[in-house]
Design a protein. Structure first.
Length: 642
């Protein structure tokens, strides 16, 4: 009898708001699929950039285990360049020769920062300590192979047979697999490997088998997605992870933005994938996520089938609390720049979108307010267990409350991208997308232009200039040999600035520049297909053009709203004010019924409470209305009888 009562009590706890994280216990037993809910944890980048050391990492991990694990935060991830010597000049994007690699060309931890790695132990000891805390261990890795390994021409390890990899009777080395014309644009020290060759696959297999031997549970692969798309490498790595005798969550980080059409080719091979550039603690970065979140939700990609489980569009880490700055060579030194309202907006959007929640602040200095924000049980329950998550565009807003000005109705805000002199936006998409078609070569006068005209959008024509031949004979020969039939595109005929399919540095979520100084490499090479698509040699994606709204350029306008349903039938409705002044935001309950496909017995049957204030609101004449602060949000829980 006592055992039965205990069982009933445990069930009540597991499925109540008091303890909403039943998936955590399932993870411990190994009975669930990978990433059945959006992964949650801590990442070192926002607070330590790349210079974190072993002690600081383990100190943060211990706090995760003590304070955040009960809230479902179970991964602790070492971000990039853990193999790099922390010396002057090592932060430079073109820096080569500062990394620690083994005899097989594989990165190994910097022994100065990670002393337990000496003697070939790698991350084994760190991972074991993390596991002993009840947590899971993750690392960031770069695409392909390092230039340092290629320059040293290290042999390739055959982990299946042991010893050096042999193909066609010859030992294979790094120079046989490294593709020098596909180096990562923002970190030149890494390049793709030829995954079509047995040697290229063998090298990648040797990497991921080593990570498994160390005890890695989470891999964040960078510079292979978004503008740096390399679907072949993503799919190859996914296959190799399936070979391992331990489950590994597979995460992608892009060079910049991504679109649903880009993700369609890889969504089923991963568990989470970044859909914007780096998110830092600026309002512009937070606001830049609304459009992309809407697009992935509309494409039904939230919680799609993934590698051995589910996959989740990732809005990036939460840069809250005690942080550092992007790209610096130092640890945490400042507070988050976002206001409290902006932080609530970010956390609420991440929850409603069901983005993975990876906290980025230094936990040794976390304040009570930040801790309360990232452990808000209602937000975490929405993030894990809500369904039907989508933007709800049927809202109205009244600005300038004191002057009672006119009412505006907003739907989706614009996506701001690179704009040409003709006020048109450049983007990248799948070559099968109809919006990628419409490119042609114009020979008007003496100009040699690449132009775009899409019959579905406008009769206006947008043109870029084809770059003329190179200045020296040696360059001309090298170009023709390596990039025959391909060309570069200039924004202006008189400027040496080329359209770039990648970026020369990591971009933030609100930056969308696609231009860089002209260099003869794959990043800037394009070719015109017979179907009128303009193919990037670097990413395998095609260029498209979006018409720019000429009103108030470079400003994100209006209000947004998101809706979702809970596991007990409750409705979550979030209002977001993206304006810099207060707004009264309203929604008609009838529109809510239509969006959710439900019929309520009457507006009086809805009980409504606001999460952040704890207040109960009435629905007047079928309308829910409230004041929302600048850059702030309101989050409602509605229980309506259907």
């Amino acid at each position: 009898m006592r055992a039965a009562l205990l069982s009933i009590l445990l069930s009540i706890l597991l499925f109540s708001d008091l303890f909403p994280f039943s998936e955590l216990s399932e993870a411990r037993t190994g009975t669930r699929e990978l990433a059945s809910t959006p992964p949650r944890g801590w990442n070192s980048y926002d607070s330590f950039s790349w210079v974190i050391d072993e002690q600081a990492f383990l100190n943060n991990a211990a706090i995760v285990a003590k304070k955040l694990l009960p809230y479902g935060y179970e991964y602790v991830v070492v971000d990039y360049l853990w193999y790099r010597n922390n010396t002057e000049g090592a932060s430079n994007q073109d820096a080569i020769g500062f990394d620690n690699i083994d005899r097989w060309g594989r990165p190994i931890p910097d022994p100065e920062r990670w002393p337990s790695s000496e003697g070939g132990r790698g991350f084994k000891e760190v991972a074991q300590k993390v596991h002993d805390m009840g947590l899971k261990f993750g690392i960031h890795v770069m695409r392909g192979i390092s230039a340092q390994a290629v320059n040293a021409n290290t042999p390739i390890l055959d982990v299946l047979k042991g010893g050096a990899y042999v193909e066609d009777g010859r030992r294979k080395h790094a120079v046989d697999v490294g593709m020098t014309d596909t180096s990562c644009a923002w970190l030149k020290g890494f390049m793709s490997v030829n995954t079509d060759s047995g040697a290229g696959e063998a090298f990648l297999r040797s990497l991921y088998h080593q990570y498994a031997e160390w005890g890695v549970d989470f891999v964040k692969l960078d510079c292979v997605f978004g503008d740096d798309m390399s679907s072949r490498e993503i799919i190859t790595v996914s296959k190799l992870l399936k070979e391992l005798d331990r489950p590994v969550v597979f995460s992608l980080s892009p060079g910049s933005h991504a679109s649903p059409s880009m993700a369609a080719a890889i969504v089923n091979y991963v568990n989470m994938y970044r859909v914007t550039g780096d998110d830092w603690d600026t309002w512009e970065d937070v606001a830049a996520h609304f459009d992309v979140a809407r697009d992935f939700a509309a494409a039904k990609m939230i919680g799609a089938q993934g590698l051995n489980g589910r996959s989740w569009p990732d809005l990036d880490m939460l840069p809250l609390g005690w942080l550092t700055d992007p790209g610096v060579r130092q640890g945490p030194h400042r507070k988050c720049k976002l206001t409290q309202d902006e932080q609530k907006t970010q956390m609420t959007l991440w929850a409603m979108v069901k983005s993975p929640l990876m906290f980025g602040g230094d936990l040794r200095n976390i304040d009570r307010t930040t801790f309360g924000l990232i452990t808000n049980r209602k937000l975490l329950d929405i993030n894990s267990h809500s369904e039907n998550n989508m933007e709800f565009p049927h809202v109205t807003a009244r600005k300038n409350i004191r002057r009672a000005s006119r009412v505006y109705t907003w739907n989706a805000a614009r996506v701001e991208k690179l704009y040409t002199s003709n006020n048109d936006g450049m983007g990248l998409t799948s070559c099968s997308n109809e919006n990628a078609k419409g490119w042609f070569i114009s020979h008007e006068g003496e100009k040699n232009q690449m132009c775009w005209e899409h019959r579905l959008k406008s009769n206006n024509i947008s043109c870029l200039y084809k770059r003329r031949s190179m200045s020296t004979l040696s360059e001309e020969i090298a170009y023709k040999q390596e990039h025959q039939g391909k060309f570069q595109l200039l924004l202006a005929e008189t400027k040496d600035t080329c359209l770039d399919a990648s970026v020369n540095r990591k971009r933030t979520a609100s930056e969308n520049t696609f231009l860089s100084t002209c260099k003869w490499n794959a990043n800037q090479m394009w070719e015109l297909n017979d179907d009128g698509t303009l193919l990037s040699s670097y990413s395998g994606l095609c260029a498209t053009v979006e018409r720019k709204n000429s009103n108030s350029p470079n400003v994100i306008h209006g209000v947004r709203s998101w809706v979702a349903t809970g596991r007990r039938g409750e409705i979550y409705l979030a209002f977001f004010n993206l304006e810099s002044e207060r707004a009264r935001i309203s929604a008609d309950i009838g529109d809510l019924e239509k969006s959710l496909g439900r019929r309520f017995t009457g507006t009086g049957s809805c009980n409504c409470s606001e999460v952040w204030t704890g207040t109960h609101l009435g629905i007047v004449d079928g309308t829910l209305s409230t004041l929302v602060e600048p850059h702030g949000c309101s989050l409602f829980v509605l229980n309506c009888e259907s």
